[in-house]
Design a binder for this molecule. Structure first.
Ligand code: PEP
Length: 254
């Protein structure tokens, strides 16, 4: 199975609408000048989704959100629903990001309900998993990641898992400048694929795209992409400038 690679930019809580439009325009121009043979997703903050969606209209760049609620509507002050994201043109949604888990109480159970809701509304879930530094140091990485993956994918069928995206993001690598080594990432990502084969079957595991996230930069992406179970990257800091994100997308340029 050849999986189509995916590069996704998580803009986190950065960029006013004006700044977001400028960044999206820069990325669109760079990708149209030199079209990559992979998928690209931009996930700006909620406030810029509409404006960025307008910039991306008619391009091959997909729009993603950074979180959502699982209900389609209701009395949930401050929340955004899958229906609303579809209405804005989103086709991807990031779920279970470690910043949501660590700072805002997000859980595997919540991510599981959201993954189900994403599928029900035609959104591709981009599900983040990963261990903390203390979990790695106590040799619990695989155990922690196994549980996260099992819980979050629990409500999805094999066919749905096949079109989902998982991003392995060791918490100690996010925003620290200390990326996992290609071998560290490959070891965990290969393990994730094997676990998914056990839970959802070989075909789903084979088709599932597994990204790496955590201090991905233009100078480390190529070595990461050489690994067999790394199908792309979820990029935080390095996606906030068009030139560095474009270098990551074009990692294989001669
Ligand atoms: C992220 O937020 O998903 C991420 C990987 O951030 P950074 O690239 O800044 O480490």
């Amino acid at each position: 199975m050849t999986r189509r690679y995916l590069m996704a930019g998580n803009w986190k809580m950065y960029k006013t609408v004006t700044e977001a439009v400028a960044l999206a325009r820069g990325i669109r121009a760079g990708l149209e000048a030199n079209p990559p043979d992979l998928d690209v997703v931009l996930a700006p903050p909620f406030t810029a989704l509409h404006a960025v969606g307008e910039v991306l209209r008619g391009s091959r760049i997909a729009l993603g959100a950074q979180n959502m609620h699982w209900e389609r509507e209701g009395a949930f002050t401050g929340e955004i629903s899958p229906l609303m994201l579809r209405d804005l043109g989103c086709t991807y949604v990031i779920l279970g990001h470690s910043e949501r888990r660590q700072l805002f109480g997000a859980t595997d159970e919540g991510a599981s309900r959201k993954a189900r809701a994403a599928m029900d509304h035609g959104l591709t879930p981009l599900i983040c998993v990963g261990e903390t530094l203390s979990e790695r140091e106590s040799n619990r990485t695989l155990e922690v990641v196994e549980l996260q993956v099992a819980k979050v994918l629990r409500q999805l069928t094999p066919d749905e898992v096949a079109v989902s995206v998982v991003s392995y993001e060791p918490v100690w690598a996010i925003g620290t400048g200390h990326a996992a080594t290609p071998l560290q990432a490959q070891q965990v990502q290969n393990f994730i694929r094997k676990q998914v084969a056990l839970s959802h079957g070989d075909a789903a595991a084979d088709a599932l795209r597994i990204l790496y996230g955590g201090s991905v930069k233009p100078d480390n992406i190529e070595a990461l992409m050489e690994q067999g179970d790394i199908d792309g990257a979820l990029v935080g800091g390095a996606c906030l400038k068009a030139d560095s994100f474009l270098k990551i997308v074009h990692y294989d340029a001669a």
